[in-house]
Design a protein around this ligand. Sequence first.
Ligand SMILES: [Zn+2]
Ligand SMILES: [Zn+2]
Length: 252
Amino acid sequence: MTTSGATRISCFVSRWFSRIRTGAREGGAGIAALFYPPQCVTCGAPVAWGEVLCATCEEHLPGRVGPHCDRCGDLLDDERVDLCLRCGTHLRGFERAISLGPYDGGWRTLIALFKFDREKAVGRWLGLRLADAAARSLSEVACVTHVPMTRAERKARGGNPSQELARVVARRLRAPERSLLQKTRTTRPQRTLPARERAVNLRGAFRGVRSGTGTVLLVDDLLTTGATVDECGRVLKSEGYSEVYVLTVVRA
Ligand SMILES: [Zn+2]
Ligand SMILES: [Zn+2]
């Protein structure tokens, strides 16, 4: 056999095993499940189907400590104030941001697995927890939407992680999931820019594609300064929606 033939077969076998492993982690039944029972993604302990973390690792997911801004959830130095400097001095595009935890420890691992390694089972697990957090904080939402990407960005990422989360959230909340926004141009990654350049980077990058009324739940994976959701929220309000609540896995 030629070297390239052997390499092709070896690639095929490795892809096959990887598919079986992914199927098992995603809760796939059948023979694959016998060989690859689901494991905790951080410590490797066995977990029940549909779970991605064992009870111990879930318990150790970092929580929010100290006072934080009533609107965006940023940590505050002074517990006598309700809002951070940014929320206190800028008109924000959303009413309140809800997140599951800080961008740290196990949350950071989960985000990396979902966003960069594209582990769909982790996305579903995160989506369900986001839905439960939203249900605890909000009484009614007209629809659930996501922060959009351009076609090139979706292709590079292998889909839009925010939309995948929004779908799970909507299903769990029994609310309609709608694509209300479109991203009109590729922008530089927000995390690479200083805070003052982030709003400029996004200006005019989103447009509304469907008008409506009521409260919108806007889903994204990560919230940093909130410049992206600010811009999206402003567009949604210009389309007629009265309130925008932001729901993200983590708050950096
Ligand atoms: Zn574990
Ligand atoms: Zn704030």
